[in-house]
Write a protein that binds this ligand. Structure first.
Ligand SMILES: [Zn+2]
Ligand SMILES: [Zn+2]
Length: 158
């Protein structure tokens, strides 16, 4: 992960990515099953929505209300952050991901990460030096090359 000058939560394990239990402990949170399962699912899935996270954890007995409540706790602790994507809703990232913009095809719904946004670029746009940036939400919306080749379809997402 490129460090663009932000200080994302350092919760990387030495190998194999996030150690959910260590990350929770570092934030003074108990490593409940729901918290560990959701952190693992957010690490493993590509921009999961609440529905995708519910699907990934419900066979372990995690109720939808628990998913919502746990995501709130993880978000407040800075362990995850959410991006609102038009037509898709909130999608989740680990707190270790540097703030980045997204590219969204409004026809097929494909969502891709763009390079992290450098701090200089924010300062150039008037973000004060003493403002602690936690994340940046910018979604570039349009039509991907595949969809442009196919032409407009009648059943694109709203
Ligand atoms: Zn597309
Ligand atoms: Zn992303």
């Amino acid at each position: 992960m490129t460090d663009a000058g932000f200080t994302p939560v350092d919760i990387h394990a030495p190998a194999g990515g996030l150690d959910a239990r260590a990350a929770l402990r570092a934030r003074g949170l108990r490593a409940t099953e729901a918290r560990v399962l959701l952190l693992d699912a957010i690490r493993d899935l590509d921009h999961p929505t609440v529905e995708a996270l519910h699907l990934a954890t419900r066979d372990r007995g995690i109720a939808l209300t628990t998913v919502y409540r746990t995501l709130e706790t993880l978000e407040r602790a800075g362990l995850v952050w959410a991006v609102h994507v038009p037509g898709t809703g909130r999608t989740y990232h680990l707190g270790t991901h540097a703030p980045h913009a997204h590219l969204l095809c409004r026809e097929c719904g494909r969502l891709e990460d763009l390079e992290p946004i450098p701090e200089d670029a924010l300062a150039d746009r008037g973000v004060p030096d003493d403002f602690e940036v936690e994340h940046v939400q910018l979604t570039v919306i349009g039509r991907c090359a595949d969809c442009r080749t196919r032409g407009y379809s009648a059943n694109r997402p709203a």
